[in-house]
Write a protein that binds this ligand. Structure first.
Ligand SMILES: *[C@@H]1O[C@H](CO)[C@@H](O)[C@H](O)[C@H]1NC(C)=O
Ligand SMILES: *[C@@H]1O[C@H](CO)[C@@H](O)[C@H](O)[C@H]1NC(C)=O
Ligand SMILES: *[C@@H]1O[C@H](CO)[C@@H](O)[C@H](O)[C@H]1NC(C)=O
Ligand SMILES: *[C@@H]1O[C@H](CO)[C@@H](O)[C@H](O)[C@H]1NC(C)=O
Ligand SMILES: *[C@@H]1O[C@H](CO)[C@@H](O)[C@H](O)[C@H]1NC(C)=O
Ligand SMILES: *[C@@H]1O[C@H](CO)[C@@H](O)[C@H](O)[C@H]1NC(C)=O
Ligand SMILES: *[C@@H]1O[C@H](CO)[C@@H](O)[C@H](O)[C@H]1NC(C)=O
Ligand SMILES: *[C@@H]1O[C@H](CO)[C@@H](O)[C@H](O)[C@H]1NC(C)=O
Length: 828
């Protein structure tokens, strides 16, 4: 085929772009130079054009007609050339491991425990109890189809992706004699000193595409499928749990007792005493199905939890929020779900006299009950919401404290449902949802490898040109770009056009460096997702965007595409990581904390300014689906064995100022930015839940906005230069906002955890009983309409809600243990 034909779509995209008017001269210049560079690509003298159809370099024999192997999976077959750039010996360290290469048989007979554990642990990796965390030993551990018998736990390590073949799911089956610890897969093995990894520091890991089979283990033996105390940027996807449903079964599918999660989706549970036992600060879970368990979900504790598209069938209790005691569960949002053939749908310990009154806050929206006699049961087994022997549909129901916008009003009962914008919905009235594409239906020939295309990912070579060329070529030939694991150093903006599909390997890193990204007066995106005015959609998954060294003008993600609401763009398991890791040049030695120095503009360490903004959904953009994204400015050095805290400055978190809106933020969190974490300005139509934020630990030393001067065009917040005094309390008033919503409408937040744990690196302020408060205000709404926040949970914050500058909700009026909870906030 002629290269001209292959390039036709690319040409079309660029010629569209050329008609677009760019109002920022810098952007205009940038586009023109990019187009110039593009024209060079057309003359790219490298491999012959046929190469673009065959990702394998220089094929030596004709490609045979595709055998129809229904289990073929590109990830298994692609050339494995990912490298861990900052590993001490990248040339010998292996990222991709196939358990068969370590002696696993997968034949349903042999004991594969040792082989699988060797596949995970080999190469000097970061194991529980011996290593706190690191980014330099990433691994993909791949399981071909088969039945893998185990007699002891598979011990998961740090930064590990356990990936089964999605076309023919491998089964991990416990022998009847299974003598594992906690879990067929133990994500955080207990040792002499407790959990092997601190559960709130377990980041960047996945398990996907498995059948976890416990059915050979006698029903009366307690056995757990996956033990998963975990934190941000982690996921379990597409796993089926098979447990005994015999009378007296002691099996459980997933067990989480702590952490700061996290995301799960597409899980199916059969049988068990508990389908799942969940206890963690906050989590988002979507598309879970439970059949024939005694209790589908035992919610042992939380601050906030967002469940969406949950199907519970033929259990005794659907969701039990009472088992941990009356105060253990802070709040739950449960939407777009159904419970069938189950005597008690949801059990809470909420009652008219329960203490604290905000405990067990619960919101249901768009939930179907079918043959559920008691839909919600409260304290003393009193029926709070009647069910029926037949079917009933609950538009919206809840219990807790309401501010609409003033309060608190204690309520238990039906509430007006959110008036859902049609653009955010799929058929049937549910909010749109889409799982991370694994591209399992595509043959190997549909993939292009970034490293095969000349990008090194070695963390040292400038990969700007090679990476851009690979992206453009993949798009032009309608292929999926595989970004082999590596750290791709870039000195100019990397542009992802509409139509591009990019998938990383155990979080491939795009790492900006250099002067181009270091001018606070002329910020530049590291990755630009579409040009202003460009239409269409793109997909990206398993990628991290980061910066290296001082990057005062870096905007890690700039999303400009105008994607239709019916086929939005998507970013799944795409994260930002700013400072605190090998290769960032912003580690403990570079950016130590300085609590005993009063930090001012004059003495602030300018070298530790690592980003201008993390993600910007720009004015002309629309139609983006975000799922499981963690935009993290490091609070500690991940490579340091003691996880010592560091001070890194990044100005703004996630700014949404798109005019059309239409965004989904499913399980996102934004942490430690100086001015704000989430800011919605002049925008509309967003579904978000669970969102989670943390205020920078150094504030108020210095206070916001230091070191980021006010920028009017970005609608930066303005901060007072005084403290707030309330009795004996002197409260910092210029800390970052967790959430700011300005002149916007239909911003619909289904669960928010806005946390302020520190003042000047001390946590005494987070428990408000100590005569200290971390910050005065954390969430404000200015103007706009149709704003709803369900289950707003705050920590360390004096005033929970500001409306047009006025304090609306005082934390103590909504006390809920360590947190404060408002079940419903609605703007006027
Ligand atoms: C599994 O472990 C138990 C206890 O250590 C042992 O008795 C049994 O023989 C083992 N089974 C297999 C299949 O290895
Ligand atoms: C389940 O087991 C308990 C105790 O062994 C017994 O009392 C009960 O009748 C059994 N239920 C069924 C349905 O078999
Ligand atoms: C929900 O999860 C199941 C199991 O993985 C999957 O088959 C199904 O397609 C998922 N549904 C959606 C809407 O993604
Ligand atoms: C319902 O669950 C019980 C106990 O788990 C099981 O015995 C029964 O077969 C299930 N019914 C259906 C229709 O699945
Ligand atoms: C509520 O019901 C459970 C069993 O479903 C029972 O164990 C408990 O004693 C009951 N509590 C009250 C106060 O009736
Ligand atoms: C910060 O905390 C340290 C103690 O760790 C204290 O010495 C210092 O005065 C504090 N600085 C400010 C500005 O509060
Ligand atoms: C630093 O700030 C603290 C708290 O504001 C103040 O008490 C202390 O005097 C300041 N120290 C210096 C050296 O300015
Ligand atoms: C604080 O802000 C006020 C009003 O903007 C200003 O007049 C005052 O000089 C500022 N004080 C300091 C110490 O910066």
């Amino acid at each position: 085929m002629h290269s001209a034909l292959i390039l036709a779509p690319l040409l079309a995209a660029f010629s569209t772009a050329q008609h677009v008017h760019f109002d920022i001269p810098e952007v205009e210049r940038d586009i023109q130079s990019m187009l110039g560079e593009y024209h060079q690509y057309t003359h790219y003298p490298g491999p012959s054009p046929t190469y673009w159809h065959h990702p394998k370099p220089r094929p030596t024999k004709p490609v045979p007609a595709l055998p129809v192997d229904k289990c073929a999976y590109w990830l298994a077959d692609i050339k494995h050339q990912g490298i861990a750039a900052f590993n001490p010996s990248p040339s010998t360290y292996t990222v991709f491991r196939n358990v068969m290469d370590f002696g696993a048989k997968g034949d349903g007979v042999a004991d594969d425990t040792v082989a699988i554990n060797n596949a995970i642990s080999s190469g000097g990796r970061c194991g529980p109890g011996t290593c706190a965390s690191t980014t330099v030993t990433p691994a993909v551990v791949y399981f071909p189809p088969g039945v893998y018998m185990i007699n002891g736990s598979i011990i998961d390590y740090y930064y590990t992706q356990l990936i089964g073949n999605p076309n023919c799911l491998p089964t991990i089956r416990a022998f009847a004699t299974f003598a594992g610890g906690l879990g067929l897969i133990d994500g955080d093995q207990y040792g002499a000193n407790g959990l092997g990894f601190g559960s709130t520091n377990v980041f960047w890991r996945q398990i996907r595409n498995f059948i976890i089979d416990m059915t050979l283990v006698p029903a009366g033996s307690s056995v757990t499928g996956i033990h998963w105390p975990t934190a941000q940027a982690t996921s379990i996807q597409n796993v089926l749990f098979q447990m005994s449903s015999d009378n007296g079964t002691q099996h459980q599918g997933v067990f989480i007792e702590s952490g700061s999660g996290g995301f799960m989706n597409d899980l199916v549970f059969y049988g068990g005493l508990n389908g799942a036992v969940f206890g963690n600060q906050q989590f988002t879970m979507r598309n879970l199905t439970f059949n024939n368990a005694v209790t589908a979900i035992d919610q042992v504790w939380d601050w906030g939890w967002t469940y969406k598209s949950i199907n519970i069938n033929n259990c005794s209790i659907g969701l039990d929020m009472s088992s941990g005691g009356t105060t253990a569960v802070g709040s739950v949002v449960f939407i777009d779900s159904s419970i069938s053939n189950t005597p008690i749908g949801i059990r809470t310990s909420y009652g008219s006299n329960s203490q604290p009154p905000a405990a067990n806050s619960l919101i249901l929206e768009n939930v179907n009950f079918n043959n559920v006699p008691i839909a919600v049961q409260g304290a003393g087994n009193i029926t709070a919401l009647e069910g029926t022997p037949t079917t009933s549909h609950i538009d919206a129901w809840g219990e807790g404290h309401a501010y609409t916008p003033n309060g608190p009003n204690t309520f238990e009962g039906s509430i007006p449902a959110v008036n859902r914008p049609a653009s955010l919905l799929q058929s049937g009235g549910k909010y749109y949802e889409r799982s991370k594409p694994q591209y399992q239906q595509y043959p190997l020939s549909s993939f292009v490898s970034a490293r095969s295309f000349g990008a090194t990912g070695d963390g040292h070579t400038d990969d700007t040109t090679a990476l851009q060329r690979a992206i453009s070529a993949a798009k032009a030939s309608n292929k999926i770009l595989f970004l082999d694991h590596g750290d791709y150093l870039v000195s100019k903006t990397i542009y992802f056009p509409s139509g591009s599909r990019t998938v990383g390997e155990s979080y491939s890193v795009i790492l900006s460096h250099g002067d181009y990204f270091n001018n606070m007066n002329q910020p530049q995106p590291v990755v630009r997702l579409g040009l202003q005015g460009e239409s269409g959609s793109l997909e990206m998954s398993d990628i991290i965007v980061s910066t290296q060294g001082q990057q005062r003008g870096a905007v890690l993600f700039e999303y400009n595409l105008n994607s239709p609401s019916s086929s939005p763009s998507g970013l799944w398991d795409v994260h930002a990581r700013v400072g605190g890791f090998a290769g960032s040049n912003l580690q403990l030695a570079d950016c130590p904390t300085t609590p005993t120095i009063n930090v001012t503009a004059a003495n602030l360490d300018q070298n530790c300014i690592a980003a201008f903004m993390t993600m910007h959904l720009t004015k002309s953009s629309s139609g983006l689906y975000l799922e499981n994204n963690w935009l993290w400015v490091a609070d500690h050095d991940v490579e340091d064995p003691a996880l010592t805290q560091i001070t890194i400055y990044a100005g703004r978190g996630l700014l949404v100022d798109s005019q059309a809106g239409v965004f989904w933020m499913v399980g996102t969190s934004v942490e430690h930015h100086t001015l704000y974490q989430y800011q919605f300005v002049n925008t509309q139509n967003a579904f978000a839940g669970q969102i989670q934020t943390e205020t920078p630990y150094y504030q108020p030393n210095p206070s916001a906005p230091l070191p980021f001067p006010y920028v009017a065009s970005l609608n930066d917040p303005k901060f007072p230069n005084t403290t707030v005094v309330d009795g004996d309390l002197v409260i910092p008033a210029a800390d970052a906002w967790g959430l700011r919503i300005v002149d916007s409408s239909d911003i619909l937040i289904y669960g928010a955890g806005l946390y302020s744990f520190f003042n000047n690196y001390s946590t005494t302020c987070s428990d408000q009983g100590n005569g200290e408060v971390c910050q005065d205000r954390i969430f404000e709404v200015i103007g706009g309409s149709a704003i709803t926040v369900y289950n707003l949970n705050t920590v360390g914050t004096h005033e929970m809600i500001e409306v047009n500058g006025a304090n609306v909700a005082f934390y103590a009026d909504n006390a809920n243990g360590f947190i404060s909870t408002v079940a419903i906030f609605r703007s006027a």
